[in-house]
Design a binder for this molecule. Sequence first.
Ligand SMILES: C[S@@+](CC[C@H](N)C(=O)[O-])C[C@H]1O[C@@H](n2cnc3c(N)ncnc32)[C@H](O)[C@@H]1O
Length: 164
Amino acid sequence: MNARERAVLAGYISRGDRVLEVGTADGVTCAWLADKCPKADFLSVDTFPGKADGVTGALGDKERWAKNKRQNMELYVGTVAQCIKDHPKVRCEVAIVDGEHTYKACAADIAAVLRVLTAAGVLACHDYAHRKNGVKQAVDEAVAAGKLKLLEVAGSMAFLEAVV
Ligand SMILES: C[S@@+](CC[C@H](N)C(=O)[O-])C[C@H]1O[C@@H](n2cnc3c(N)ncnc32)[C@H](O)[C@@H]1O
């Protein structure tokens, strides 16, 4: 995630928000956001080892994530669907989807996140603007289905609002 994408993302996070990040890798972006938004709580989900995202090839590492951990960061190892099953009370005001970037995986992550995103919550989908993956198709389908409203695209990241 580049500096501009991070800065725009931070602007959507308010004091007291719960942020759910799907695909955290080494937790670098999450640590930056956690420092920038110390009054927000961050839950990151990653399969460790996961499949490469198809754009950067980035693969996370649990030990490196632990070194980047801040006091307002928590980690769940597995998929977001498994996380919600294990923790049915999980809710978030902001969600970031940046896991495996195939259409099938991204659509599944979006569907799972929409079950826990609060009304008018914000979803950020990374690599939306890259053509060589399925993120754009998965996001555009959710918008066409009336589940999400596109707010803006900054860099390669789409910012969307959950439709109530
Ligand atoms: C692009 S990296 C994430 C980068 C991170 N968001 C950042 O900005 O620093 C993609 C990560 O998604 C993980 N991943 C792949 N498939 C996943 C899935 N189904 N659920 C959760 N994480 C997954 C990979 O293990 C990898 O660490």
